[in-house]
Design a binder for this molecule. Structure first.
Ligand code: IPE
Ligand code: IPE
Ligand code: MG
Length: 260
């Protein structure tokens, strides 16, 4: 893969992806939705391995939302089967590539065999230091926040926290992502302009990248485009351009004056 134009020193530390559009990909081809999900697995492998090669530290993948449990039983069943198969097939590759797998979301709703397989992969890869893949399964951003509130409330009740001590750091430490830095870049495929209950607290200052490409078609070249676009963004975090880089900002002001 030709990575020309990519600045390896300015890569996002944490990329999060809403992997959407498998159903539409299949429909366009007169195939079953399951076939779309099956194809999506190759895209997962592509972004995981490319992230690892580039040296991205954290990759969060939204694979199944809490709301997705309401889909037709057959589709949910097929997705769970594919997920288990993915874990079985990918575990040796993860081991080889130094990838640690973690899962977030309400695991209690996962079928027992998926839970077992997931537990095995998480355990087997727990010492890997190359990259962390965070698999969001049965995840809901709001549920994450509700559970964070409960955890903190319990600690207050037990006396390990004073109410006035609760700050942003406390909240960050009690959502599921815990010590993992917030995503720098959030990618959504299939063109939908929404978050669909993925990370809420964590994306306060995340750069958003939405592409019409459907997930099964999102491979290395598309990922590279997203990373290049990320590097063209100017992250101000509420500051002014002048505060960030006085020299660069004055050139930009000059340009703006040409177009009143
Ligand atoms: C994303 O693709 C996969 C999951 C939500 C599990 P979809 O299945 O949502 O595909 P579309 O949005 O119907 O095309
Ligand atoms: C979001 O996609 C969830 C995942 C990609 C896992 P959906 O297809 O469920 O989102 P909506 O329903 O279009 O918002
Ligand atoms: Mg969808």
């Amino acid at each position: 893969m030709n990575l020309r134009g990519l600045d390896k020193s300015r890569l996002p530390k944490h990329v999060a992806i809403i992997m959407d559009g498998n159903g539409r990909w299949a429909k366009l081809r007169g195939r079953s939705r399951t076939e779309g999900h099956r194809r999506g697995k190759a895209s997962v492998r592509a972004v995981v391995e490319m992230s690892r090669k580039l040296g991205i530290s954290y990759l969060s993948l939204y694979a199944f939302s809490i709301e997705n449990w309401l889909r037709p039983k057959d589709e949910v069943h097929a997705l769970m089967g594919l997920l288990e198969h993915y874990l079985v097939v990918e575990q040796p590759r993860m081991m080889r590539h130094g990838i640690r797998l973690l899962s977030i979301g309400d695991r209690t709703r996962l079928p027992a065999s998926v839970l077992r397989t997931l537990g095995k992969t998480v355990k087997a890869t727990s010492e890997k230091k190359g990259m962390t893949v965070l698999l969001a399964l049965s995840y809901s951003g709001r549920d994450d926040i509700v559970r964070m509130v409960r955890k903190i409330a319990h600690k207050v009740k037990e006396g390990s926290y004073a109410v006035d001590e609760i700050d942003e750091e406390t909240v960050s430490a009690h959502v599921e992502t815990q010590s993992i830095p917030d995503p720098d870049l959030l990618i959504r495929t299939s063109g939908e302009m929404r978050i669909s209950n993925f990370f809420l607290w964590q994306i306060a200052y995340t750069e958003l990248y939405i592409t019409p490409t459907l997930w099964p078609d999102f491979r290395e070249a598309e990922y590279l485009q997203a990373l290049l676009e990320f590097q063209r963004r100017r992250r101000r975090f509420g500051l002014t351009d002048e505060q960030l880089a006085p020299a660069a900002a004055s050139t930009e002001t000059g340009e703006h004056q040409d177009h009143p």
